[in-house]
Design a protein around this ligand. Sequence first.
Ligand SMILES: C[S@@+](CC[C@H](N)C(=O)[O-])C[C@H]1O[C@@H](n2cnc3c(N)ncnc32)[C@H](O)[C@@H]1O
Length: 256
Amino acid sequence: MTFDSTATGQDSNPESGDPESSDAKLPDRYGAMCLTQDQSFMEIFQAGLQATEMNNHPWLRPRFFHMVQMLKLTSGLNGATVDAGCFRGLSSYLICKYLNLEKTAIGESSYLGREHFMIDSYEGLSEPVSQDGQESKQRWGEKAFTDTSVERVLQTMKDFPDIKIVQGWIPDVLTEVPEQQYRFVHIDVDLYQPTLDCLRYFYPRLVHGGIIVIDDFGPWRNKKWPGCQQAVRLFSKQSSIPFAALDTGNAVFFKR
Ligand SMILES: C[S@@+](CC[C@H](N)C(=O)[O-])C[C@H]1O[C@@H](n2cnc3c(N)ncnc32)[C@H](O)[C@@H]1O
């Protein structure tokens, strides 16, 4: 029996081939299964893309589908939510739309963004370090993720007027976030140092049952944002806290 690597979206020889090309096969698998049948998610995701004027990259939809599934697992827990690395606000838009569904499903009034924190420089990436590799350095040089602003994000998030925008560089800006506990944390800062800083800051502040989702863990040998994966592995090793790597590229920590 021969092993058909294309059927699984896995690279059978991790030393060869482009991990991103494996990612490109993901929508076929997930689209054919649960994801596209979740009408509510599909509508919210589409509205989010329009609101943020983002392209639908192949890995985006399955990754964010997993993100909101993890958010749903924390339903009913006390604590704030945070999105560290927002860019134009797509991930926060999805998080807040799901928090709204959660509230209205139990007959409460609409969710207006209370206790949701959106942390970003709103000026792009901080300077990559050696762990981040050449491509990250190049993206930084090209001023990736600078095509945004607080005003633009506030407009995208207009249904949630109570959200808290926290503008500045991680880790320094974390001192501006009120001391509190969290039920759900999304980390999408792409780079080694801010990912590590966020994990070290937020994990101890998670409530029991709280969840952290890291967006850019990536394929097992992540060539695109290698620093993010190294930060996750280092945090896990140093703190003896396990994580789950999902085949959509996210990684997940759960507070026990
Ligand atoms: C991939 S984008 C986030 C995408 C976003 N989650 C979405 O849904 O579209 C990465 C973001 O991390 C931010 N970022 C990277 N390093 C940072 C740092 N050290 N401090 C603050 N923001 C940072 C960038 O400004 C950028 O907006």
